[in-house]
Design a protein around this ligand. Sequence first.
Ligand code: ADP
Length: 504
Amino acid sequence: MNAPLKNRLFHDAKTQISAEAAAFAARPKQLFIDNTFRDAVDGGVFASEDPATGIKICDFAAATSSDVDAAVRSSHDAFENRWRDTTPAARAALMLGLANLLTEHVDELAELESLDNGKPLSVTRSLDIPFAIEIIRYYAGWATKLTGKTFGLSLASHDYHGYTLRAPIGVVAGIIPWNYPFLQAAFKLGPALAAGCTMILKPAEQTPLTAIRLAELIVEAGFPKGVVNILTGFGRITGAALVDHPLVRKVSFTGSTQVGKMLVQAASGNLKRVSLELGGKSPLIIFADADLDVAILAAANAIFGNSGQVCVAGSRLFVERPIYDKVMQGIIDHAQTLRIGAGLNEDTDLGPLVSAVQRNRVAGYVEEGRKAGAEIVLGGEPLDGPGYFYPPTVLLGTTPDMVVQREEIFGPVLCSTPFDSAELVLPLADHDEYGLAASIWTRDLSTAHMMARKIGAGAVWVNCHGVFDPHLPFGGFKQSGWGQELAQEGVEAYTSVKSVTMKL
Ligand code: ADP
């Protein structure tokens, strides 16, 4: 099984960007503090680039500790004097107003996201931006539905009346990665604002563009100043200063496990709450009785979608031995039809990786797999520039001891392994460190439920992969994270429970 790479890389026209989005993209960007835009105190800037060409989009202000301090004080003031005591109904109305406003700007936001991140416009338009808006809308509903409990005390129920309240935690830093920039902003802002917290959002330095457009729309939607502040800058400077600041009460982080661990230590200064959505190395397990046409397509999408830059990417594929060759051939055949190009090109299925660093990282992993004895049957070499393109890549015969099977590659690189039974695949599929997600493909109900119960992952999909819903909690086991996002669990994570006891 050795397949030539047939994918075509095209840099030619059909690139879509409206005049409005282009004008916004070209302007230098400032920090968003107190509903105003301002330069960094020290005047520092950094550039974001179009990963399809390597060409600079524009400069962004790079926040340092004095900017962080100004933003935190603004957020603190907004929390103490405005947002905490805004009625839940008023908070909900503002959030719904924002969701409606964002809906009017879906196309523009989708173009900006594709430009900055490189992902296909068809995806940003149909998934990233609309799903982000649905999350804001969903959490607007929660603003008016957060309640405590009322109960008699267990030892003296007639003498005391007890109840609990859910108090917002306070100023929260939302630190987000580059793979779903706008969607991740909504994952953080939706529950934080609904709960009555104020938030300082720090987008990733690779993809800050849509966050600044969001800032403009937050002002237009009428949010009081300081409820949302947005700071662009580097992780080790802006992010670290946020994690360090004593008035920040919680850090909600999505990113690498390595940075997550550093952040836990840094947050211990004032014992901030920390919630973490970290890396994964998710198995996709296909049994011989599965609907193979559906499973093959889903397995390909699970690793090549978003160019593999997905925390729940189905990066480890386990296929029951009798159907292994058929499934792998099906995935390769499908991968060869994917059109690689700039995200802004309407015909693109697979965009570039986000940066040169990421492309080199992915290439390095594939080389390591090759040296360790994996058979590369598709792709395996970066595509010639400009831009940071890496083709769909399929590795056969990978084993759990190989680095490519152990570490998160975050690229379109599929590691595959045949298996002989449910009992034998479980120890292979269960990762020692990661436990973010898994999917199981079978028509047998017992196998499906047994595997779902036994596999060590926070999200298990049966006969589907990567299905998210605002009302389904999402969070990792093991070193894939602390806590959950989305759903009731997600908003409660921005509150503290206060118990009130009254002597009758
Ligand atoms: P990736 O490896 O995918 O780039 P990171 O975990 O490095 O992911 O980055 C995710 C987010 O964390 C980004 O917004 C980044 O700026 C931020 N970040 C990186 N390092 C730190 C740090 N030391 N403290 C706080 N935030 C950080």
